[in-house]
Design a protein around this ligand. Sequence first.
Ligand code: SIN
Ligand code: MN
Length: 266
Amino acid sequence: MRLTDEQLKQFDDDGYLFFPGAFSPGEAAYLKRQADTVYAMDRKEVWRESSGVARTAFAAHLYNEGFRRLGAHPRLIGPVEQIIGGPLYMHQYKVNAKAAFDGEVWQWHQDYGTWKRDDEMPEPRAMNIAVFLDDVTAANGPLLFIPGSHKLGVVDAGHDLETTSYPLWTLGRDKVTELAERGGCVAPTGAAGSVLMFSSLLVHASPPNISPFGRVIVYLSLCHVDNHIRAFNREEWIAHRDFTPIVPLADDCLEELAAARETAAE
Ligand code: SIN
Ligand code: MN
């Protein structure tokens, strides 16, 4: 998938791009089953909400074959390489649940704000690319973006160690209001299999999910290999230390796996 000039301009203006149906319903359903398997594991990488339901499975590409393949999928690596302009390594990998009824808030933040302050990533030459494994709707805790906020560099933030189970550098209400009065606030929604690429400087959040519908999204945080983190303050399965360039796999790498598992189950 090669981004057009129009898409590149849109990314530059807004800080994100949305690709509906980038993965087929079968690929998304296969990965959703893998998410359920991972969430059922008793592992240190699987973090839970106060109710006990899964919130995030970190580094799932290192212990699940489907997520390993997704982490090197050409439909994700290609466009990010095109914008970042060179080989990429995986800085962080999350399978975020936002469970029905119990999925809690992600406060307003910029991912690069945390990567710079906690991990000493030199520059924002890094990108998030997200794959919806459920339909994401207005009801089930979608991502909220402030378009254009990626143009402002790293904005002031405080270290939030209390409101959720995951420490994050979060923005104050006055700053969020100021930014949203300029750029607005949007919630890109779409069917399972859709992909959302967004700048590591884009200000974003997501509300709690009190709907009866779960909302699993996988996030690859990809960084140019030359821009690797300099400080190892966080667990290596949260901020990875393997800076090996990702070599994209074949486009049908997930279909092949899903088909093999179905045959084995017959
Ligand atoms: C994030 O901002 O890193 C996660 C937000 C979400 O999954 O809702
Ligand atoms: Mn984030």
